[in-house]
Design a protein around this ligand. Structure first.
Ligand code: NAD
Length: 415
């Protein structure tokens, strides 16, 4: 059976969102505005398959909020794509861009398809068909798209060309595009490096370091987010004691060098067979000060929460901690840094990509990095200074409040 990405996350997000609406004491019309999407487009895309037959694929583009600027969000190619899923993911993007004070709203799109079953030529044509169909509602000042599950920078290159052929030649219509088309040099590393930056700010704030000892860090998931977070931790002098991926988990109390591990994996070997560590049952069984779940949603269950030794859990993935697990962590006074805050580096660096496109320039990678980490730091300070029961609650309430302020300023809602 196909696993539905984000199924749990969307349910939990809805619960947390409704709680935040209650706490903010917003009027019913404002609540309604925040729950719904501003604009939602459903399209049907005919595709001539390699075998000569024609198949029609359903696609969506949803703009949840435009209160603070153009919609911003990815395009997903996956069999589970549906209007309600895309709408909820667009809403999540609204909170993420608002929390980091970016001049964007939230958007998301997708095509119901399995990209692994389509040839390159079919994917190319499907992307072009999708682009032309949603072109009336996307653009650098209306809705800026990006890669997501099942799409990549290559997809963005095809989309940019399809838009150009239809008379919209501005590459700022998409972020996460190839460098040669005005992409960002820091984008690939941005989310993981940002996760580490926020984790270390939180560790300092909570004073969890023992003397001058390195912090021990356990990381679940060694893909884009996890491996960049691990490299950044290591490069800043902290100690990676355990990591895992889909093949299993490994540990070394003396520390794992993620650069050596990556070289090992690039040579075609599997993470679990890394000779400088030993296999363990669960990545968070290792003794550590910081735990970073960076694989996918719902991995950090109540069982994990009851056993983890970390003082700090930093959500690298979207929605990894289940509500049951979160309650246990709260009882054990283990602090959680929520996904909206911790993994915002990616969307912040996408914003800098969009800014550079508008300026018709390309900055040095170090400039993008400094600006991204600076913006994350500002968000962190606002979250920890907000009065709320948790950093998660503070982040969500700050984000919603900002969107409501945008709606008020436009005279769209009254209370
Ligand atoms: P990815 O596909 O590059 O990496 C996922 C990693 O998780 C892989 O190493 C995979 O082997 C591992 N994994 C899969 N099943 C596992 C299991 N059972 N136990 C341990 N590890 C397992 O994905 P990514 O881009 O790193 O994204 C990870 C998470 O971060 C997702 O929730 C994603 O939505 C979120 N996120 C990513 C970005 C980004 O810029 N890439 C931005 C914001 C949020």
């Amino acid at each position: 059976m196909t696993r539905t990405p984000n199924a749990g996350l969307l349910e939990w997000e809805t619960g947390r969102f409704e709680n935040a609406l209650d706490r903010l004491e917003l009027g019913s019309g404002t609540r309604c505005t925040l729950r719904c999407a501003t604009r939602s487009l459903r399209i049907e895309i005919p595709l001539i398959r390699d075998n000569g037959s024609t198949e029609v694929f359903r696609g969506f583009r949803v703009q949840h909020s435009l209160a603070l600027g153009p919609a911003k969000g990815g395009i997903r190619f996956h069999p589970s794509v549906g209007e309600s899923e895309v709408t909820a993911l667009a809403r999540l993007m609204t909170w993420k861009t608002a929390l980091h004070e970016l001049p964007f709203g939230g958007g998301k799109g997708g095509v119901v398809c399995d990209p692994h079953r389509l040839s390159q030529r079919e994917l190319h044509d499907l992307t072009r068909g999708y682009t032309v169909a949603i072109l009336p509602i996307i653009g650098p000042e209306i809705d800026v798209v990006a890669p997501d599950i099942g799409t990549s920078s290559e997809t963005m290159g095809w989309l940019i060309q399809a838009a150009a052929d239809a008379g919209q030649p501005n590459p700022a219509i998409a972020t996460g595009k190839p460098l040669i088309l005005g992409g960002s040099a820091f984008r690939a590393a941005s989310t993981g490096v940002g996760v580490t930056h926020i984790a270390l700010l939180a560790a300092e704030r909570l004073a969890i370091r023992a003397g001058s000892q390195p912090l021990r860090v356990a990381i679940e998931g060694f893909g884009s987010v996890g491996s960049w977070a691990a490299r950044e931790m290591f490069d800043r002098g902290e100690m990676i004691v355990s990591v895992s991926d889909v093949t299993g988990a490994i540990q070394n109390e003396e520390g794992i060098d993620p650069h050596v591990l990556i070289a090992w994996m690039h040579s075609g070997e599997e993470l679990v067979d890394f000779p400088q560590a030993r296999r363990i049952d669960h990545v968070f069984a290792a003794r550590c000060e910081i735990a970073i779940p960076a694989a996918f949603e719902g991995t950090f269950t109540a069982d994990v929460a009851a056993q983890v030794t970390a003082r700090l859990v930093v959500e690298g993935a979207n929605g990894p901690i289940t509500p049951d697990a979160e309650a246990i962590l709260a009882e054990r006074t283990i602090t959680v840094v929520p996904d909206l805050l911790a993994n915002g580096g990616g969307v912040i660096s996408s914003y800098w990509e969009w800014v550079q496109n508008h300026q018709h320039t390309q900055w040095a990678e170090a400039t993008e990095r400094d600006l991204t980490l600076g913006r994350l730091e500002r968000s962190f300070d606002r979250v920890v200074e907000a009065e709320a029961t948790s950093w998660r609650s503070a982040a969500l309430m700050l984000a919603i409040r900002r969107v409501v302020d945008g709606l008020h300023a436009r005279g769209t809602v009254a209370n």
